[in-house]
Design a binder for this molecule. Sequence first.
Ligand code: GLP
Length: 245
Amino acid sequence: MDIITAPSYEAMSEAAANQIIDLVKLNPHSVLGLATGGTPTKMYELLIKDHLAHHTSYKNVTSFNLDEYAGLKKDHPNSYFSYMNQTLFMHLDIQQQHTFIPNGIAESLEKECARYDQLLQDMGPIDLQVLGLGENGHIGFNEPGTSFESETHIVRLTESTRHANARFFGSMDEVPTHAVTMGIKSIMKAKEILLLVSGKNKKNALERLLDGPVSEDFPASILKKHPKVKIIADKSAYSRTNIIA
Ligand SMILES: N[C@@H]1[C@@H](O)[C@H](O)[C@@H](COP(=O)(O)O)O[C@@H]1O
């Protein structure tokens, strides 16, 4: 794993956006794995800015999102479907039929998981997977204890994850209890992984990732086994090195 520290959230986002832009320019048919949450929002803003200024095109790009809440309609303001459309897709020339997000309101979530795995198999592998880091080490919605062999599956969210995400909802009661997420095995199939870590509340998780053992108790630790992982952390999340992005 390579780790780069950026002096600020903005600099971290810029380094991440540049990596995506370079990849898409090099291979206009790239398959991107995308994350939601607070961490990548600035990176998405910078992709839009670049698209408007320099016309980087996404019309042949395919994207797969990591996860979706179970039970939220697509047009619910807190669904990851809404997040992705508003934060990124509607501002780019990406084709909607090339953007994939698990359907959290499928009649059978089990069948939805199988469908998503099939799509990943048919259109993958993902060239670059962007990840955020949960305070408890989750990646996607793979909570502690998830098998490293997992593919897309339904998860019961931990109270700590629901609590961390409650800031996007009116109250804790509104935060869904379950989600559909790409599994650890699916994430590890990506050719390259970019993990973004921002803010002091991620400091402990990042230290545990770097110093701790590879264990299903801490899902992100599996990234140590991936051949091509870059971590970009801002200064508040990590201050050990002074390599600047
Ligand atoms: N399911 C999402 C993840 O995909 C995200 O990477 C992580 C960190 O979120 P944030 O960036 O808001 O801290 O937790 C959320 O629960």
